[in-house]
Design a binder for this molecule. Structure first.
Ligand code: KIV
Length: 274
């Protein structure tokens, strides 16, 4: 059985921290799942770290579904959250429902995530009423970078802090089962976490959130074009891959790869009459 939203909510009550990671493909999702990560996000960050876009804005529903299906095939236990791309839920409640349903029916995800607070509350309520679990996402919402003026910490003025707290409360009232706080000062995240009845999942939001989420390519040192301050590299896979590929190229050129160990044999006398 997969992890349920009830179990995720219970983790907050039990003060058990909730680790969450992104995954975008079968192999990585399988490893993350085998480690026991209870929540996997197929984030629209895949646009940047898998597809090489400059931001998450160009990501389409078809791309998200393609990757979500692969993650669902790889992870058998974790609850999988599909990230709704830019403008697939803003235009109308009916568009939000249609696209969220695609994540569940076609993609095989168990929940969706959408960015925004009060502005998306009506949509959140409708999705939840129709049986689709929703994770909120406030603070730095990358789909709004043009409006926000870049990837900046949010909630540093008392007015913005008040707005973020209100947004978290509105999302909870609308039925969201958890809320991501991205790039929010640690003290404000602590306050929101204390006041919220649902788990807060931080990314660049300090240690007091109920859970933490990271982009897997950041923590593995795979995506090195930009390493956010909030990411810790637990490995340096880009360097490891570069070293391995360099060795491979050298060995192919010097004919030290392949050897007979990597080759297939046959009865060579069969070749005599050819
Ligand atoms: O797309 C993503 O990976 C995200 C996380 C940063 C929360 O939304």
């Amino acid at each position: 059985m997969r992890v349920s939203i009830t179990e995720i909510k219970e983790m907050k009550q039990k003060r058990e921290k909730i680790p969450m990671l992104t995954a975008y493909d079968y192999v990585t999702a399988k490893v993350v799942d085998e480690v026991g990560v209870p929540l996997i996000l197929v984030g629209d960050s895949l646009g940047m770290v898998m597809l090489g876009y400059e931001s998450t804005i160009p990501v389409t529903m078809e791309e998200m579904l393609h990757h979500t299906k692969a993650v669902v095939r790889g992870a058998k236990k974790a609850l999988i959250v599909g990230d709704m791309p830019f403008m697939t839920y803003h235009t109308s409640i009916s568009d939000a429902l249609h696209n969220a349903a695609r994540f569940i029916q076609e993609g095989g995800a168990q929940a969706v995530k959408l960015e925004g607070g009060e502005v998306v509350a009506e949509k959140v309520r409708r999705l939840v009423d129709c049986g689709i679990p929703v994770m909120g996402h406030i603070g730095l919402t990358p789909q709004s970078i043009y409006q926000l003026g870049g990837y900046k910490v949010q909630g540093k003025t008392s007015e913005m802090a008040k707005k973020l707290l209100k947004d978290a409360q509105i999302l909870e009232e609308a039925g969201a089962f958890a809320v991501v706080l991205e790039c929010v000062p640690a003290a404000l995240s602590k306050l929101i976490t204390e006041k919220a009845g649902i788990p807060t999942i931080g990314i660049g939001a300090g240690p007091d959130c109920d859970g933490q989420v990271q982009v897997i390519s950041d923590i593995l040192g795979l995506y090195t074009e930009f390493v956010p301050k909030h990411a810790k590299q637990y490995a340096k896979l880009a360097e490891g891959i570069k070293a391995a590929v360099t060795d491979y190229v050298t060995e192919v050129k010097s004919v030290s790869f392949p050897t007979m160990k990597q080759s297939y044999t046959m009865d060579e006398s069969l070749l005599d009459n050819l």
